[in-house]
Ligand binder design. Sequence first.
Ligand code: DAH
Length: 370
Amino acid sequence: MTDIAELERQLTAAIAQAGDEAQLEQVRVAALGKKGSISELLKSLGTLSPEERKTRGPQFNGLRDRITTAIAGRKQALGDAALNARLAAERVDITLPVRPEPRGSIHPVSQVLDEITAIFADLGFAIAEGPDVEFDDYNFTRLNMPPGHPAREMHDTFYVAAQDDSAAANGEAAGQQKTRNVLRTHTSPVQVRTMLKEKPPIRIIAPGRTYRVDSDATHTPMFHQIEGLVIDRETHLGHLKWTMEEFAKAFFEVEKVEMRARPSFFPFTEPSVEWDIRCDRSGGQIKFGTGDDWLEFAGSGMVHPRVLELCGLDPTEYQGYAFGAGLDRLAMLKYGIPDLRPMFESDLRWLSHYGFAALDIPTLDGGISR
Ligand code: DAH
């Protein structure tokens, strides 16, 4: 006859030794499965005499119940241990300090935009904005380029399906033009928007995206410009010159610049002046203040009386100056970037080479570049 106490000892030991749920299952099958040792005992009850059955029956059943309970207990313990091990392995230490090196960098165009904003904010200029999809009227006509004007041709304009502009239909441009259908070819339409909306004195810069059908090493179909506009009663060319010089000195971070004014033509200014900066490019790097070379810096002029009129200002009362420069071009010059096109290709290698520390904000007292 099987020694029940011995069987129980063996099974209990096997249960305790089972290292995982699969091993434990083997023990269970060996004891309680169809052909298991306990199942065989229970089956043998049928062959016993009624007396023996009376004593053996409770023993076998008791054994089965204790082993079943022991297996369940062990199973629970193994499950808890497995969960604890997984929790420990997958633990995230949220008390660790954040990565000391910030990832990502500031694009040179954003950097230069922040620098220029800091410079002009210090001079008392506000930031003005306009939409990328603009009225033909604002991009051209009110800047003294009526339909058919030859200067329009030079802008290589992208025309787009007309965009309804309900704000304009109800407001400022009511009765004029209600749909916007050009990608602005320059930031100058922001001058128009500002004059239509605000009363002088006006002192704004307007940075933003601009578009022209053009693509080579120094032109991309989308590029950036910065516009400036100052309107008051006695603003004159001397103010413009001073502003250009302060801008150039602060931007290129030099004590002194020598600037040259070249007479030029823009339909929206009279007279029109282009500003060059004396520089030296002989060492492969650009230096300001010395040299025999000249660098084109910005276009500008006194706002044409016709433009003032078209924008609702009386030219016998007000006058002012405006200027415009290419932001990408300024970024390339300042930071020695040779080709314009990679600027807009989102190549991470390019960005990490030419990009700027993400947490350094340009300020005039803290230093505008790094
Ligand atoms: N809008 C001109 C361009 O895209 C740049 C410019 C020239 C802007 C003279 C001005 C200005 O405000 O006065 O070429």
